[in-house]
Design a protein around this ligand. Structure first.
Ligand SMILES: Cc1cc2nc3c(=O)[nH]c(=O)nc-3n(C[C@H](O)[C@H](O)[C@H](O)COP(=O)(O)OP(=O)(O)OC[C@H]3O[C@@H](n4cnc5c(N)ncnc54)[C@H](O)[C@@H]3O)c2cc1C
Length: 405
């Protein structure tokens, strides 16, 4: 039997890092836990940044995951405001020169906002609390917002700006918004949400360059400007600090299906930065989803404490856009067929209440729901079971008749 671990060093004091510490304690781990975080703020949750914080509904303290007393309560020693700059075996080196050695290291340093080539510094990005507060303040003074990228964060920012009465222009290089998460057909529903909310959404917009921090030149030579510009063009793990660690960091830290970093016995990685082996896709996959970081933190804590791992969960992501919750459960990227299950959104009817099933080889692999949260749990279990069209349509019929009773 391996010797019990006495010190776990968790690098990254965001969602995955905090959840790892909480799970270690709830599974009976009694050793030391050190939590290292680059930002000076107490660990906070990111989804509210582009929602309640940007709209002004919340002040930042409501997004805090655990403040100092909360960390003390679970016996976590936090080193905040000190980025890790190197990893040697299980020794983490910090920017202030400190070296912390654990007998297990958990990496959870998330991702950094992608920038377009030549992007001026004055163009906003939205990844951390400081970004959200700066953008909130800029929107309060502005009459217009230019968003480059109609993914989830671009859409949520566009919604917050419309709520504040700003004119909003959104440039999207792809065919539809949120195409990676929803696919081209269902992404049309997201496009309608932008337009119905009064945002000027321009898909297929080839962006040549920013000419300044508020102006974009398009491939056809025309320019678009606004008082504030936001680049919402995705994110990527910032892993240069792991150069020299011996870990495989191409496309995220490469891990097995339980989060153990490839080739390293005592190092795990999770959350947005980690590419875990996905037995369903039969390749490594990196997800930037809240629920994925939470599930992976539980699995890693089990591995470190020697507990039975939790069963694999169906992937899940949500986004709040234009007054409606979009939820996706499963792997839409596997689908070869898309079938409406509830609502008439795909036929031009209201987007709200529309639920769509994604099938691959006759099995349900994902479901997307637009303002139809009550239906999702049933379909999530059908996705987990890989249900066929007959079982799915029977459940759809049952739910429809329950809704009319
Ligand atoms: C604005 C916004 C809105 C979102 N909304 C949703 C949503 O609606 N639904 C959804 O499913 N997901 C959403 N997400 C994604 C979700 O928040 C992430 O998937 C989740 O936070 C991932 O957790 P993590 O621990 O991997 O990374 P994070 O929570 O990002 O934590 C990483 C931490 O590591 C720190 N760090 C980075 N480098 C170092 C270093 N070298 N040394 C030490 N510390 C370091 C960072 O400062 C950060 O605190 C949103 C993300 C953002 C940015």
């Amino acid at each position: 039997m391996p010797a019990p671990r006495e010190h776990v060093v968790v690098v990254g004091a965001g969602l995955g890092g905090v959840r790892t510490a909480e799970n270690l304690r709830s599974r009976g781990y009694l050793g030391r836990i050190t939590l290292v975080g680059a930002e000076p703020h107490p660990p906070y949750d990111r989804p509210p940044l582009s929602k309640q914080i940007l709209t002004g509904a919340w002040e930042p303290d409501r997004a805090v995951l655990r403040d100092k007393p909360g960390l003390d309560e679970i016996g976590v020693s936090a080193r905040l405001g000190a980025a890790a700059v190197a990893l040697h075996g299980t020794t983490v080196e910090l920017e202030d020169g400190a070296r912390i050695t654990g007998d297990a290291v958990v990496l959870a340093t998330g991702v950094a906002a992608r920038r377009l080539p030549g992007q001026p510094d004055g163009v906003a990005t939205l990844r951390g609390l400081d970004d959200a507060l700066a953008l909130r303040d800029a929107l309060a003074e502005a009459r217009s917002l230019l968003v480059v990228g109609a993914g989830f964060i671009g859409a949520e920012a566009a919604h917050a700006a419309r709520l504040r009465g700003l004119e909003v222009i959104v440039l999207e290089a792809g065919r539809v918004p949120c195409e990676r998460a929803l696919g081209p057909l269902v992404g049309e529903l997201a496009a309608r949400l932008f337009r119905e909310a009064g945002a000027d959404l321009r898909c297929g917009a080839g962006i040549a360059r920013f000419t300044d921090a508020r102006t974009v030149e398009l491939a056809d030579g025309t320019t678009v400007s606004a008082d504030v510009a936001l680049a919402g063009v995705g994110a990527a793990p910032a892993l240069t600090w792991l150069d020299g660690s011996g870990l495989d960091t191409a496309g995220g830290v490469a891990c097995d299906a339980g989060g153990r970093a490839s080739g390293a016995d005592d190092v795990w990685a999770l959350g947005d930065m980690a590419a875990w082996w996905d037995p369903v896709r039969r390749r490594r996959h990196r997800a930037e989803h809240w629920t994925s970081a939470v599930d992976q933190a539980a699995a890693v804590a089990c591995a470190i404490t020697g507990a039975e791992p939790p069963p694999p969960a169906v992937p899940y992501v949500w986004s709040d856009q234009f007054g409606l919750k979009i939820q996706v459960a499963g792997r839409t990227d596997l689908a070869d067929e898309v079938v409406p299950l509830h609502g008439d959104g795909l036929d031009g009817g209201p987007v709200r209440g529309t639920v769509v099933g994604y099938f691959a080889g006759g099995e349900l692999v994902a479901v997307a729901a637009f303002g139809a949260a009550r239906y999702l749990p049933r379909y999530r279990s059908l996705v987990a079971a890989g249900a066929g069209p007959a079982a799915v349509s029977a459940v759809a019929g049952e739910l429809r008749s329950a809704a009319t009773r």
